[in-house]
Design a protein around this ligand. Structure first.
Ligand code: PHE
Ligand code: CO
Length: 287
């Protein structure tokens, strides 16, 4: 999501562009393959089964940057979702409308080999490798559509910060508690080698059971590893908690503001791990 976008709505009127798949260079495909290999060194045993199943179902291991058309045909057959190309971040209302119509807007460009680990704007690897596998899961696919519809409805309130925090702590940086142990499913984690390890194994961040209202009033880091991760017990829990709640009274109460800092632990939290915050206190990635 972005408040303003440096692009115009384009010929389609909805910020979508042609992926122009045939124009990707051999080097760009090679960067995808390298990123893919690096993630597969860390994801088995760390990523949620649903994420890994999505990768397999959509044949994302085939090699090179996926062609959105063929990938979307496969995804549509599974859950009705398609992936559309956009030049970068699009305005919130446009983003919500795409999700509400089961279209996932994905960045068309890929990062350079010199910036494998960290980039400011989501590229095709983050958007496709990170987000699309979970869209093959029926419950998560429905959650994403509901989020888009909820986002469109929220525009009547000053609620974007609260709604953005929900997206951040679930879709981007969510954990799930499974019978086999804690797993990662958030796209921002599963598309980052270092955060895939940090989110599960480092003693620095807090890990807290998901609670809708708590999450919606919690600020977050956009420039470094998270200081707190929230864990759901199932995607159904996430779906039910969000879809069955009328957000209108929450928006009135929250007033588009945060009550908690990224590192806070509150007395009512279902605390799984109390983080030391060693990493953040030492200056994080700038240390
Ligand atoms: N139930 C929310 C509302 O009343 C909509 C929503 C669903 C928001 C799922 C986020 C995720 O607006
Ligand atoms: Co993302």
């Amino acid at each position: 999501m972005a408040d303003t976008a440096p692009f115009d709505a384009g010929p389609n009127g909805d910020y979508t562009i042609d992926q122009n798949w045939s124009a990707y260079t051999a080097e760009e495909h090679a960067v995808w393959d390298l990123l893919y290999e690096r993630q597969m060194e860390v994801l088995p045993g760390r990523a949620a089964d649903e994420f890994l199943e999505g990768l397999t179902l959509l044949n994302l291991a085939k090699g090179g940057i996926p062609n959105f058309e063929t990938m979307s045909d496969e995804l549509e057959a599974l859950t009705g979702w398609r992936v559309v190309a956009v030049p970068g971040l699009v305005p919130d209302a446009v983003f919500f409308e795409h999700l509400a119509n089961r279209r996932f807007p994905a960045g068309q460009f890929i990062r350079k080999r010199s910036e494998l680990d960290y980039l400011q704007e989501p590229d095709v690897f983050h958007d496709v490798f990170g987000h699309v596998p979970m869209l093959a899961n029926p419950v998560f696919a429905d959650y994403m559509q509901a989020y888009g519809k909820g986002g469109m409805r929220s525009l009547e309130w000053d609620a974007l910060k609260n709604l953005a925090a929900l997206y951040w702590y679930t879709v981007e940086f969510g954990l799930i508690q499974t019978d086999k142990g804690m797993r990662i499913y958030g796209a921002g984690i599963v598309s980052s080698k270092s955060e895939s390890i940090f989110a599960l194994e480092d003693r620095s961040p807090n890990r807290i059971g998901f609670d809708l209202e708590r999450v919606m009033v919690t600020d977050y880091r956009i420039d470094d590893f998270q200081q707190t991760y929230f864990a759901v017990e199932s995607y159904k829990q996430l779906f039910d908690a969000t879809v069955e709640t009328d957000f209108a009274p929450l928006y009135d109460k929250m007033q588009g503001a945060y009550r908690f800092k990224p590192e806070d632990v509150t007395p009512t939290d279902r605390l799984i791990d109390k983080g030391t915050q060693d990493y953040a206190d030492a200056g994080g990635r700038n240390a």
